[in-house]
Design a protein around this ligand. Structure first.
Ligand code: S3P
Length: 738
């Protein structure tokens, strides 16, 4: 039982949603005090009789004693009732609502003091049905359903947490959005369909012999018109409150209908068939992605492939997606900080979004991402809650390894899983040192996921890493935040230091000595929220750096790229091969150096790659191998066995692909020798590895004929708009969904 169960909850409006909240709260904690008011005395009496509420009365009677007040009334009624409630409620009470529209609450001048607004956190459960009234209420209405909260600038993270906990107690998944985004999304996904249902029944009603039509209307009509049985009072409020967003999407819908009408008039069967097939494909894919088990998602989406035409060059100025490593870390540290952290430039790729979902599952309210912006309402270092299901980390080794460190120290058990590729990756590199700290972690055979973690108290250790891995280092630092004493990590070679830099940004004391390759922190301090500007990912920029470096006539500028010295191996290696790369606009954003990079074509020569560059370019080798294939002479890489345990075995994937394209390649256990030559064409398998897929897309610029790359869906894990950006600079790539 958590402390919030002692709070008195007042529900204003005991219809289906209000009644279901009362039932759900009572089911979760029988002794919890729930009180209610409603104009409908019969509903109140019935609820008392059902022992669903402890008291019924007027707002004047019940409001002054309530700790949490839920306005479960129609959208426009909120604006009328809120001022009345605000005048009666306790200073520290928290107020929320359940309406399907949000922005009208801010545009309507309710004449409220800032203080009252600061205690109000709007929320909207995406639950319910065409039924209404207390009689339709059930105790599990919100179980596993999404609830969208739309906090505003006046809310503190503590107030937001109260509302989050309330919905969590009801079994819901709490998502966060800005109120404007919420209203746009709901206009399209809920309000428009309701309007259409009302309209279709209205149309049939006006037909002659409508009785007869209704009698024969089964199946499709019943499905389509179900929503027209919804509560008229509630829905008329919704359309008035959300008129702007609904009108906009309605205009689009009318256009679409007119287009279909025209096609029907012209008996244009081809147009209709093509439109219907396209829509069916999109819907089927959407359903399998969002509503079916992950394994089938993988099967469907892995069928995406790229077709790239040969030749061309790249020009222009672009900003690639946000840094993946920094995006993951911003969520992790923002979640366990005290206060509100705002992130911009966030990578909206699948990997980072899975991390967002994991922290939401642990009770953190995260608003966004919307256009790369995200607001994290930190719960403090000890505020995470036990996940109710295994945390799915998708394709991301970084997320799994970093979270393993954090979760090992929590006072609850958790399980980490991932997609097919992640379930094959080695986790002993974190499990072994974490166990040295006292962690209790079970892996599957040979140290593979899932990781079953029993949270426990940890002690700091001094750990000499056998491999230069930022993931291992970061995992141990996160565990060290909670451990007793010092955690000290020594790296055999310099590897990315984003965790150390970001901890400093969150005011956590940490000692770093780059010369000695060590970092050290003491457990037990707090993190203070801060704002983070995520630079463009140099690992994504790398594809375009190489694209410009290998194609005559290219002149490309990459804006605001993160050039942290622990990440610039790709620049160093390309420069050593003779590339023309110019830096400008160098500055520091939130402790991370960024610069614009201008790349022009210059012919490249093969080199022997220095081993100390390996950790600095660890993710960029697939595309560097493409550069090597276009260079004069031989390029040799040794000491890079790590590449065999990335999202795919990257030495093998690149060896196979390059040989397929006619390049001379010799692979070793720990490296590769590539002799530059003429790239041919043909079909390549990316083995579901995003970086292999993008590397071969770049290779086509210097190919003799088309390159077809299979298994490209995972490009969305790190670089969701890769194809659009690639096309915009001159790469002739198209996507096929087979
Ligand atoms: C990462 C570290 C690197 C890198 C990965 C991201 C990180 O892995 O390959 O894509 O964010 O810490 P290793 O540190 O295991 O080499």
């Amino acid at each position: 039982m958590n402390e919030s169960s002692n709070k008195i909850v007042l529900i204003v409006g005991l219809g289906m949603i209000g009644g279901s909240i009362a039932r759900g709260l009572k089911k979760a904690v029988a002794h919890r005090k729930v009180v209610a008011c409603d104009q409908n005395a019969t509903a109140l009496a019935k609820a008392m009789q059902d022992k669903i509420i402890d008291a019924a009365g007027s707002v004047e009677e019940l409001c002054p004693q309530a700790d949490i007040i839920i306005l479960a009334v129609p959208a426009l009624s909120i604006c009328r009732i809120f001022p009345e409630i605000a005048a009666l409620m306790k200073n520290d009470a928290v107020i929320t609502d359940v309406a399907s529209v949000k922005s009208h609450l801010f545009s309507a001048d309710m004449g409220l003091a800032e203080e009252a607004m600061s205690r109000f956190v709007p929320a909207h459960p995406i639950a319910g049905s065409e039924q209404s009234g207390y009689a339709a209420s059930v105790d599990d209405l919100f179980q596993d359903r999404n609830v969208i909260v739309t906090p505003h600038v006046g809310n503190s993270s503590e107030v937001v947490a109260v509302v989050n906990n309330l919905w969590r107690e009801l079994g819901a998944n709490v998502l966060g959005m800005s109120c404007y985004r919420h209203d746009e999304v709901l206009a399209a996904t809920s309000h428009l369909p309701h309007l259409l249902a009302y309209a279709i029944v209205d149309v049939l009603l006006k037909q002659e012999q409508s009785e007869d039509i209704f009698r024969y209307a089964a199946g499709g009509f019943a499905d389509f018109s179900r929503l027209a049985s919804s509560d008229a009072n509630m829905w008329s409020d919704i359309f008035v409150a959300n008129s702007t967003a609904v009108e906009k999407v309605l205009d689009d819908y009318i256009q679409s209908l007119l287009q279909f009408k025209k096609a029907i008039h012209k008996r244009d069967r081809d147009f209709l068939k093509e439109s219907f097939s396209h829509v069916k494909r999109v819907r089927d894919n959407f359903i399998s992605t969002h509503y079916e088990p992950k394994s089938s998602t993988e099967m469907t989406s892995s069928l995406r492939s790229f077709n790239v035409k040969p030749g061309g060059h790249v020009t222009g100025s672009i900003r690639v997606a946000g840094d993946k490593s920094i995006s993951h870390r911003s969520i992790i540290l923002g979640s366990i900080a005290n206060g509100i952290s705002r992130v911009s430039g966030f990578l909206e790729g699948e990997d980072a979004l899975n991390t967002v979902a994991a922290f939401r599952e642990m009770g953190v309210t995260i608003v966004g991402p919307e256009n790369g912006e995200l607001t994290i309402y930190g719960v403090g270092k000890d505020g995470l809650q036990q996940p109710r299901k295994p945390l799915y980390m998708g394709n991301s080794g970084t997320a799994m390894r970093l979270l393993a460190g954090l979760l090992a120290a929590q006072p609850f058990a958790s399980v980490l899983t991932g997609d097919k590729s992640l379930m094959e990756r080695p986790m002993n590199r974190v499990a072994v040192p974490l166990r040295e700290m006292g962690a209790v972690i079970e892996t599957a055979s040979s140290g593979r996921p899932p990781l079953k973690i029993t949270g426990t108290a940890l002690s700091g250790i001094r750990y000499q890493m056998p491999i230069a891995s930022a993931q291992v280092k970061s995992c141990l630092l996160l565990a060290g935040l909670y451990a007793s004493g010092d955690t000290e990590i020594i790296e055999p070679a310099s590897c990315r230091d984003h965790t150390e830099r970001m901890l400093q940004g969150f005011a956590y004391p940490i000692l770093c000595d780059a010369e000695k390759g060590l970092c050290k922190l003491q457990g037990g301090h707090d993190l203070q929220a801060c704002d983070i500007d995520v630079p463009a990912d140099i690992s994504s920029a790398a594809f375009f750096l190489v694209a410009a470096a290998i194609t005559p006539g290219s002149d490309l500028t990459l804006k605001h790229v993160g050039v942290n010295p622990t990440r610039i191996g790709v620049i160093n290696i390309l420069l050593a091969m003779g590339a023309d790369i110019e830096r400008s606009n160098e500055k520091l954003v939130g402790g991370e150096p960024v610069a614009d990079l201008r790349v022009r074509y210059r012919s490249l020569s093969g080199i022997k790659i220095d081993e100390d560059q390996i950790p600095l370019a660890i993710d960029e080798f697939p595309v560097l191998f493409v550069a090597a294939a276009c260079a004069r002479g031989e390029t040799l890489l040794r000491g890079a066995a790590e590449l065999r345990v990335k999202e795919s075995d990257r030495l093998e994937a690149m060896e196979k692909g390059l040989i397929q394209l006619g390049i001379a390649v010799e692979a070793f256990d720990d490296g590769i020798r590539i002799t530059g030559g003429q790239i041919g064409g043909g079909s390549i398998d990316s083995f579901g590895d995003h970086r292999i897929a993008m590397a071969f897309t770049v290779a086509a610029l210097r190919a003799r004929s088309n390159i077809h790359i299979a298994n490209c869906a995972n490009v969305a894990t790190s670089f969701p708009n890769f194809v659009e950006l690639a096309k915009s600079v001159g790469i002739q790539v198209s996507v096929a969904q087979t």
